[in-house]
Design a protein around this ligand. Structure first.
Ligand SMILES: Nc1ncnc2c1ncn2[C@@H]1O[C@H](COP(=O)(O)OP(=O)(O)OP(=O)(O)O)[C@@H](O)[C@H]1O
Length: 355
């Protein structure tokens, strides 16, 4: 059953243009000029209870604006939205008891207070029964493993610790839907993995519906089952993550730091660097960069699993360090459009496998 229904949603921002210089400032004061930006053009989709949806797209695609309309923070310019039967911007207060949102860049924890105090305040805001609240709080403290710093002021927590507390706070009132806008932004590999596992666990155990935005393809692959890709405020793809993986997330980049020089692994004399190892002269493997001790390969994991590639190189060279990264979201979007973008590897997407 659909618990979120979005139909032809649009949002145009109208902002006053700032003038520079005294004369222009006076002119713009007398006759202000406005600029319109269509952040969301025409978005329609439905979400069933228990789904985990990735809502992805490049910077400025309209993801946060859509979430803000679904949670009642913004009203739209056109279209309709029903979330759990409510119209978010008209019934924001009623809806707030049943949903929660996390904006990775903004904190809902009181900066100078320990998370425990924020939890107590939220319990009052959501009018929770105190016994039920304590049980729930203790359960979340255990699940999110935050007992050690629940009494430390939020301002003193590391980003990963704070994010775990943010999420615990989000689940306090047993929301039926959570909107997570970049919940893993800025986190290291281990903290990111932990957040992914926790979101997946609460979805499985409590059936909470999740709508998640992220620039990290790993979040999408590991947490979500369906993905909506948007660009310029419009949906360009609505598919299962399995299909997205098969068609667009199959390329991985392996960066290797070698004890020896890369020349030992390359065929001499060719213009384009090519591996000399016969087993790795495979259409699914491309050398992206080769310099002194570092080698960057692109591997099409559908045609060629990663393990044998790494194992074959290890037989010939000692590997000092290795990272495996997903293509950046811009590249995925570009390949959805059917063309390849030369966007650089997103450093934050890198997951280190060896140190
Ligand atoms: N309050 C606002 N006033 C004017 N323009 C805005 C406002 N909020 C967002 N925009 C513009 O709307 C467009 C969509 O922004 P939005 O934050 O929804 O994108 P996003 O997909 O979440 O991007 P990112 O991945 O960078 O967070 C952008 O061009 C942005 O500059």
């Amino acid at each position: 059953m659909s618990i979120v229904e979005v139909s032809h949603l649009a949002k145009t921002f109208r902002s006053r243009e700032r003038a520079s210089g005294l004369a222009e400032s006076v002119r713009s004061f007398v006759r202000p000029r406005y600029r319109s930006r269509e952040a969301v053009r025409d978005i329609s989709f439905e979400l069933d209870a228990g789904e985990v949806l990735a809502f992805i797209g490049p910077n400025g695609a309209g993801k946060s604006t859509t979430i803000k309309m679904l949670t009642g923070i913004l009203y739209p310019s056109a279209g309709s939205v029903r979330v759990l039967g409510y119209t978010p911007w008209q019934q924001r207060r009623q809806l707030a008891y049943h949903i929660a949102s996390v904006f990775g860049q903004k904190s809902q924890l009181w900066y100078h207070l320990p998370p425990q105090d924020t939890f107590d305040l939220l319990a009052r805001i959501y009018e929770l029964d105190m016994n039920e609240y304590r049980r729930r709080r203790d359960f979340l403290i255990e699940v999110f493993d935050i007992a050690d710093y629940i009494r430390t002021p939020a301002r003193k927590l590391s980003l990963g610790e704070r994010m775990r507390c943010e999420l615990a706070a989000t689940f306090l009132h047993r929301p039926r839907i959570v909107f997570l806008d970049e919940p893993t932004i800025g986190l290291d590999v281990i903290a990111r993995q932990r957040i992914r596992d926790l979101i997946a666990r609460l979805n499985t155990e409590e059936g909470v519906t999740v709508l998640l935005t992220s620039h990290d393809a790993g979040d999408v692959e590991q947490v979500c089952r369906r993905a909506i890709v948007i660009n310029h405020g419009e949906i360009i793809l609505d598919e299962s993550v399995a299909t997205l993986k098969r068609d667009y997330l199959k390329e991985k980049t392996i960066d290797l730091q070698l004890a020896g020089t890369v020349d030992e692994l390359l065929s001499p004399g060719s213009d384009e660097p090519q591996l000399s190892i016969p087993e790795l002269r495979h259409a699914g493997i491309r050398v992206l960069q080769a310099q002194e001790h570092s080698l960057r390969l692109s591997v099409d994991t559908l045609r060629c699993p990663l393990e044998p590639v790494v194992a074959t190189i290890m037989q010939r060279q000692h590997i000092l360090d290795m990272t495996i990264s997903d293509p950046p979201m811009e590249t995925i979007i570009a390949s959805i459009y059917g063309s390849q973008s030369p966007a650089p590897i997103a450093a934050e997407n890198v997951s280190s496998l060896a140190g």
